[in-house]
Write a protein that binds this ligand. Structure first.
Ligand SMILES: [Zn+2]
Length: 452
């Protein structure tokens, strides 16, 4: 006697499903059954159609299906600098002549964050770590558009006005205000929508935070749980300032103050000597590798050395793009240039942008691969795109040839949040227009007249 099909909420089919599970399972003509927010079955489409009676089916003819991408370090309000910062400086906080974070109003931050979150979803990123000033605006944007997000404030006590002119002046009042902003974020948003939004602590960098402030953040983060997000060994100016203040390198300082451990996710890790690399490796911290931003600043991070030393590697765009597939390609090219050899492949960087990122943020049991019991965070790419043909193993063409623009449909927590490239929960055109309005006013204040 054949069993009656069981009800489920959603059945997603695909010409090819890349599960990115530990066994690298792939399925031709496969399907994923979803009940509520959770994947309940994966297998051949024909078998799942016989087994499940879905309330809705998404036909994946001509689609590659994969897990949502995980971007472990980003600052959506810094969309304000796009197309400008790349040719005038490296890290916006240290660069004069561009709109700075302390110029933004909460409305500006929300308008720009909405643009950033929209771009991330459009490019298949379903989970993002995002931190900046007015972090509640980032949480609100992610919540409204349907992303899964870890949000934090931008904790520092160095005065941004002094940083932009090359000086490090510390103000306890600035430190207290940024701590209060991060605490208010946690109070309001941590655990929102059944945990889809989580909040963490983020001290900006070892040079922009005094020792006392870093100690305070560590204490607060330990009590709260979650990760500590930061920037580490990003710029020569940071290393000089930390050495002058403490006599230590940035990793040595973080280690001395107790922050350098498996809970730390630090972007960049560029200017490190052998001892710094060993220290980071031993700590099992995660490097949020930002190859696009690094390259635009003319720098290559010693990622393979850090990995060999024991550090964990995950990927990010750090607001230089919303497209993590682009970041995967840059990561490969840069390490091959750095090592003068074929040291990194598509499969490895795909893991950095999915499973490894999920594990770094403590969500390895929830996202990062398509497996029964995990959240239904699913991305579908249009396999009819000429850049996705010919399809052989799937991994190579995806990393070396696809782009975020090939993403067609995005599902988070079992809910379709992007369909046919359009947002389903918000008006994408209005988001772009609002961000443009905010940016025009901020750039005018910086003395630049936007075109038009
Ligand atoms: Zn950053």
């Amino acid at each position: 006697m054949t069993e009656e099909p069981k009800p489920c909420d959603l059945l997603v089919t695909g010409d090819l499903i890349l599960t990115l599970d530990a066994a690298s399972s792939t399925l031709r003509s496969g399907a994923i059954a979803v009940a509520g927010k959770t994947i309940v079955d994966i297998g051949p489409a024909e078998a799942l159609r016989a087994k499940w009676a879905p309330a809705r089916e998404i036909d994946g003819t001509g689609r590659i299906v994969m897990p949502g991408l995980v971007n472990v370090h980003n600052h959506t309000p810094l969309m304000i600098t796009r197309g400008m910062i790349e040719d005038v400086g490296f890290a916006p906080m240290y660069t004069p002549g561009i709109p700075q974070g302390h110029w933004l109003t909460e409305d500006d931050a929300y308008a720009l964050s909405s643009l950033g979150m929209y771009e991330l979803l459009r490019a298949g990123c379903t989970t993002v770590v995002d931190f900046y000033r007015y972090p509640s605006s980032c949480a609100r944007a992610a919540a409204e558009l349907g992303l899964r997000a870890v949000i934090a404030g931008r904790v520092h006590d160095a005065d941004p006005a002094s940083l932009a002119t090359g000086r490090h002046e510390y103000s306890p009042a600035i430190g207290t205000a940024s701590l209060a902003e991060n605490a208010a974020l946690i109070e309001r948003w941590n655990g929102h929508d059944d945990g889809r939004i989580r909040c963490d602590w983020a001290p900006h960098a070892p040079d922009t935070c005094s020792d006392d402030l870093l100690r305070e953040v560590k204490k607060l983060a330990d009590a709260h749980g979650g990760n500590i997000h930061t920037h580490l060994s990003q710029l020569p100016a940071e290393i000089e300032a930390v050495k002058e203040r403490t006599g230590l390198t940035p990793p040595q300082l973080m280690d001395k103050l107790g922050l350098l451990d498996e809970k730390m996710i630090a972007a960049h890790c560029i200017h490190m000597d052998r001892h710094d690399i060993e220290l980071c490796g031993k700590s099992r911290m995660t490097v949020a590798h930002a190859p696009i931003g690094n390259a635009k600043g003319g720098r290559i991070a010693p990622i393979m050395e850090l990995k060999e030393a024991g550090a964990r590697i995950a990927l990010c765009t750090d607001t230089f793009s919303g497209d993590l597939i682009e970041a995967m390609r840059w990561a490969i090219s840069m390490q091959r240039i750095n090592r003068q050899g074929n040291v990194l492949d598509a499969r490895t960087v795909l893991d950095w942008g999915t499973r490894e990122g999920a594990e770094a943020i403590g969500w390895g049991d929830k996202v990062g691969s398509l497996e029964v019991g995990k959240k239904a965070d699913i991305v579908m790419l249009d396999n009819r795109s000429p850049s996705l043909a010919p399809l052989v193993d799937g991994y190579g063409v995806l990393v070396h040839s696809a782009s975020g623009h090939d993403v067609d449909t995005v599902i988070v927590d079992g809910k379709v949040v992007l369909s046919g490239g359009r947002l389903t929960l918000a008006d994408g055109d209005a988001i772009v227009a609002n961000a443009q309005k905010a940016a025009t006013a901020l750039w005018q204040r910086a003395g630049r007249q936007p075109i038009g």
